[in-house]
Design a protein around this ligand. Sequence first.
Ligand code: SAM
Length: 441
Amino acid sequence: MEDALEKKSKKMKDRGLHKNLKEYSQRNGRPRPPNSHALQAGIKAFLESPAGHSLLTEKGIDLESLELPKRFTIYEPLLLLPANAFTAPPAWRVIYAALTAEQQEDLYASIARSFRRLGVTHVAMNAPIALNNVKGAENRMRSPAGLVPLYGDFKNSRLDSLSGDENAQPSAEDLEAAFWVQTVQNNGIKQTWAPLYTMFSRGNITEKARILGKGSSANTFEGLDAASLGQNVADISVVDMYAGIGYFVFSYLKRGVKRVWGWELNGWSVEGLRRGCIANKWGCRVVRVHEDGHMDFSISALVASLADSDRVVVFHGDNTFASEILAEVQRAISEREKWSPIRHVNLGLLPSSSQSWDKACRVLDFQQGGWLHVHENVDVRRIEEKKEEIARELTALRVRVYEEHGISGASIVECHHVEHVKTYAPGVMHCVFDMRVSAPI
Ligand SMILES: C[S@@+](CC[C@H](N)C(=O)[O-])C[C@H]1O[C@@H](n2cnc3c(N)ncnc32)[C@H](O)[C@@H]1O
């Protein structure tokens, strides 16, 4: 059985499908990939050991009728278990709760063994990203502080390297020594990250598909084709105010935009973005922007050394400086060559991206306008209302920007589409509002 599994897995790998298969989560009766029983097999192997067997006898539970958890995700070489992997179903919870620390270690090792043929060397348990840290302050970098390493050497532990401060920046040595994982999504786009320090949201896969032009006709992502842009997609730039490890950046690049200007606070994510660019063969430049807004690199030096192959420039710092810095970049580039106007701004922060709406209105091309993609968590009963509220606020912000720059004409900001990305919590939907910002009229 295992040999057949391995053969099938190898065949899929050869056909380039292997990673997509691993992205698969066993839910909702969708067809199962051939490795779907690997978690149960690993747990069963442990329960068949003398220690496991005596526990089953003690609790009066029969292994054959015991229901075991099934769900897992592989981000090679990490096996990631859901937060409830050891608390449901109920009979399994009873057994797991009775395990000694040593027995737990044996269980994790047995699970890891079961996935070894699929490239797994580490096991961890996932946890939702907390919006606040243990001290009550905002977890601005959305660090996955709750992720629990279970098996394997995770190198520098969070507590050793960062003294428990999840907002601290990593040193070059931290980055070098850390445990990195990768996955392939949406048409072969590679993504890399250090799971102890950076969140990864698989739920955004549909939004990435939309940017790639692979959505349905009902949820088209406007403004990435010549007809809706009024110019070639290869001649425009995009700003991602919350670039992360490149979740959306890579989709825009694959769609063919000339360059993405990204902003990202978290040094771990910036490094993931840089490594991901290398893996996908896109040039990437990283510019550190310190807390007071000063940069390690002068803008003229950056612009002078920028090659066409540098498809991403990521500013490692707070996007509060985005409009001033990008205005200078535009001036410096325009002196040397044709500037590729910024026609899209992605605003991917939950529960709300409103803190950067003003900056977004300032960086979007003044003459042609474009699209702002506003991510928000919204009460499902208030989505229509929210749409109007965002349009009103963005219109007011854009008008103010025109006034400040002496541009005559009004601005129309309209919502052309609301994408329901995923249910964030009961009654709360992660929505993306595609806001069309007109040229001055
Ligand atoms: C939700 S996460 C990743 C976003 C990604 N677009 C996604 O949807 O999966 C938000 C990211 O924004 C970064 N971030 C939060 N506030 C920021 C700010 N003011 N400037 C730059 N980056 C910021 C965090 O470090 C985090 O990596």
